[in-house]
Structures are given as structure tokens and as C-alpha cells.
Ligand binder design. Sequence first.
Ligand code: SF4
Ligand code: SF4
Length: 235
Amino acid sequence: MCSGRVDLEFILRAFSNGMDGVFIGGCRLNECNYITHGNYDALNMVLLCRKIMAHIGLNPERLSIEFMSSGEGILFTEVVDDFCKKVKELGPLGTSAEIDEDELKSKLEEVRKLVPYIKIVKREKLESRLDNEEEYDGYFTSDEIDKLFSEVVSYHIDPDKCRACMICLRRCPVEAIAGGKNRIHVIDQDKCIKCGTCFEVCPPRFGAVDQISGEPVPPPIPEEERTIVRKSKKK
Ligand code: SF4
Ligand code: SF4
């Protein structure tokens, strides 16, 4: 219904599934029927995605967004024809100057796992409204995207500090935290989408959740060492 609904994940999934190009058609900017103006969101997302594509060695020309009204059938056929010609010239995904198909696939998978994190980190820019077409090119820079990936944050629960209050476990949106009553909590790094909620909600008096960047996450504490033995209250 709205180009604003096209998620970064949809595009990356299309390329992961072997599509040679992705075209998004949106309503004309400033002509949205609703107050949402989702086509601006789509534009920002495409500008970001193009930079990500370049970062992983994929030609950004394989992704296109165009804005037009539903009455502009001729324009639609023209831009789609032009895009198809361009993609044909580029050749199948993973050929020509681009990286090997398997390597590309694994890079796309890595980025797809980080989509929720990327959307959180870049939220402010993704929600802005770019009125001037001249701003498009430099809106997201290559340096910014390199930094985004080199400074990816992970979260880890310090077993010496966790008091098993279970707040993080209840608040994690993807059930990535294992724990329970009197059990030291542990984050499943494969499930974690790096939203940072556990870091924010862990009570300051415990401060058990660490934010880690640029170094490996410590391995999880073994199951048999997770029980917290509490001192019984004196009568
Ligand atoms: S960062 Fe978010 S997804 Fe990951 S464990 Fe914490 S709450 Fe769950
Ligand atoms: S919120 Fe903090 S103290 Fe409570 S279970 Fe999670 S990591 Fe442990």
C-alpha cells in the first residue's frame, strides 16, 4: 500500500534470494494522501541501503526508487524499462566487478541479522525528511557506514553481577535471554537483535549488562554454574 512499508530487510532478502535488481515505486513526494509521508521514509531507507550495498561489494545501481502518481503510466513504463536495461547491463548478481556469489550471500546474511540494530542506530536520520534532492548523495557517507559496521555493539550479562531479577528476560523482545528464578541470566548471541533493552532495564544497583564493541563477547557461563545460592536471612 505504501512505499514506507518497504523495509530494509525486504530488499536485502530479495538480493539474498538472487534477485539482480530491486525497484521501488512510490507516490510523488509531498503528495502523500496521509499524514505519514511514508515515501520519505522509503527514500531514506534506499539511500542507506545503497551505501550498505557498496560497503559489502554490491553495485548500488541495482537498487532504484522512483516517485510518480498512479496516472503516470507512461513514466512508469519508461523508468521500469530503463531500470531493467541497467540491471541487464550489470549482469547477474555476483558477477562482473562484484564479489563472488557465495561471499556476497554470506555478507548479505550478516547484514540482515543487523537490520534491527541498524534501524535503531540510524533512526533519527531514517525519520528525517529530505526536501532537497542535492542532499541525497551525501546523506549517508561511506565512512559512516564503515563505522556503523566496525563499531557494532553486543550485549553480555556479567555472571558475577546478575542477581536474577528477571527484568531483562521479561523485556527482551525476541526471547534471547535464558534465565529464571535464582538463575544467572545469559544472552543467546544468535537470537539477540542488539536493541539494548536489557542494558537499559537492568537496575543500576546491579549494572549487570555490559555493552561490548570491538572485542569478542565472552562465552556463556556453563549451565551447571548458573544457580545463585543466596544467603538465608537470619531469624
Ligand atoms: S540487546 Fe535486546 S535483543 Fe539482545 S538480549 Fe538484550 S533485550 Fe534481548
Ligand atoms: S536485569 Fe540485570 S540483574 Fe536482572 S536478571 Fe537481567 S542481567 Fe540479571
